[in-house]
Design a protein around this ligand. Structure first.
Ligand SMILES: N[C@@H](CCC(=O)N[C@@H](CS)C(=O)NCC(=O)O)C(=O)O
Length: 257
C-alpha cells in the first residue's frame, strides 16, 4: 500500500456514476491509496466548492489538512510526483510523453461520445437523471420528476446539444466511437494494456475502460454498466438496476443507433 497516512482521510467528492470520479477511484485503487467517496450534495456543495476552488467541478478532492484539489489529470500528476514509487507514469521520457498524451486524449476527446450516449437517448437520460436526482439532490424539496427534468435539460444544454452535438453530428460522433472500439479491440485481443508493459494512466479512464470490463471495478459492482443492462451497487450500497441497453445491443447488431 502507498503510505499516504499524513493525507488521510482523503475525501473524494463526486458521484457514483461520474466518469471522472470513477477515473480518480480507479487511480486510487490501482495505487492502493485509501479514500472515501462522498456524494456531492446540491445546491450546498456548489457554493462550498466555488469558495474552496474558485469553480464547481466534479470530482473534487479534500486532504486531511484542508487542502482542496480538482481536475483529475492534475490530481493524478500530483500523486505521481509525491509518491513516485510504483507509480503509473513511466520513467522513460518518450513513454512518459506518450502516456500523458493518451491520458489527455482519452480524458478530453472521449468525453463527448460518453456524454452523448448517456444523455441523448431516452433510456440513458432516464437512468442518469433518476440516479443523480436521488444521489445528489435528495434534500431539494421538489418532486422527483421535476428534478429529473432539470437534470436532463441542464446536462443536454451543457454536454450534448449545447456542446455542438446536433442532429447532423450524431452519426459522426457515433461512427467515430465505433471505430475506436474496433481499434481498441484489435489492441486488447493481443495485450491487456493500450501500450507499455504495465497499466498506463489511461487504464483508469472509465468511459473507455468501461466498455471492455466493469463500470466500477473493485467496488463490488462488477459489470454494472448501463450499456450492458446489468446490476450494480449505488448510493449507500443499494442495488441499482440499469436499463437494458441500447448501446451494447446496437453495437452487437451492427447498428450505430
Ligand atoms: N478535466 C476535468 C473534467 C471534470 C468534469 O468535466 N467534470 C464535470 C462533471 S463529471 C463537471 O464537473 N462539470 C461542471 C458542471 O457540470 O457544472 C477532470 O479531469 O477532472
Amino acid at each position: 500500500m502507498t503510505d499516504t497516512s499524513p493525507l488521510q482521510p482523503i475525501v473524494l467528492h463526486g458521484s457514483t456514476i461520474s466518469y471522472f470520479t470513477g477515473k480518480m477511484e480507479n487511480y486510487f485503487r490501482v495505487r492502493d491509496i485509501p479514500y472515501e467517496l462522498h456524494s456531492m450534495q446540491f445546491p450546498g456543495d456548489r457554493k462550498k466548492l466555488e469558495k474552496a476552488l474558485g469553480l464547481m467541478q466534479m470530482p473534487a478532492l479534500q486532504l486531511a489538512d484542508g487542502r482542496w484539489m480538482t481536475d483529475t489529470t492534475k490530481i493524478i500528476q500530483w500523486f505521481e510526483a509525491s509518491y513516485p514509487q510504483n507509480g503509473l507514469v513511466p520513467d522513460d521520457p518518450v513513454q512518459r510523453f506518450v502516456c500523458l498524451l493518451l491520458e489527455d486524449w482519452a480524458d478530453e476527446w472521449w468525453w463527448r461520445p460518453a456524454m452523448h450516449y448517456r444523455w441523448h437517448y431516452p433510456e440513458g437520460a432516464h437512468f442518469a437523471s433518476r440516479h443523480l436526482a436521488a444521489e445528489l439532490m435528495p434534500q431539494v424539496p421538489v418532486p422527483g420528476a421535476i428534478k429529473r427534468l432539470m437534470l436532463r435539460t441542464r446536462q443536454r444544454a451543457g454536454y450534448t446539444t449545447g456542446d455542438g452535438i446536433t442532429a447532423e453530428s450524431v452519426a459522426g460522433v457515433e461512427t467515430m466511437f465505433l471505430r475506436l472500439l474496433g481499434q481498441l479491440q484489435a489492441i486488447f485481443s493481443d495485450r491487456p494494456f493500450v501500450c507499455f508493459w504495465r497499466p498506463p494512466l489511461t487504464r483508469g479512464y472509465r468511459p473507455v475502460r468501461a466498455l471492455f470490463s466493469a463500470f466500477r471495478p473493485g467496488s463490488g459492482a462488477s459489470g454494472d454498466h448501463p450499456a450492458t443492462g446489468t446490476r450494480g451497487t449505488g448510493v449507500g450500497g443499494a442495488a441499482v438496476e440499469y436499463p437494458h441497453g441500447s448501446m451494447h445491443r446496437r453495437m452487437a447488431a451492427g447498428h450505430p443507433r
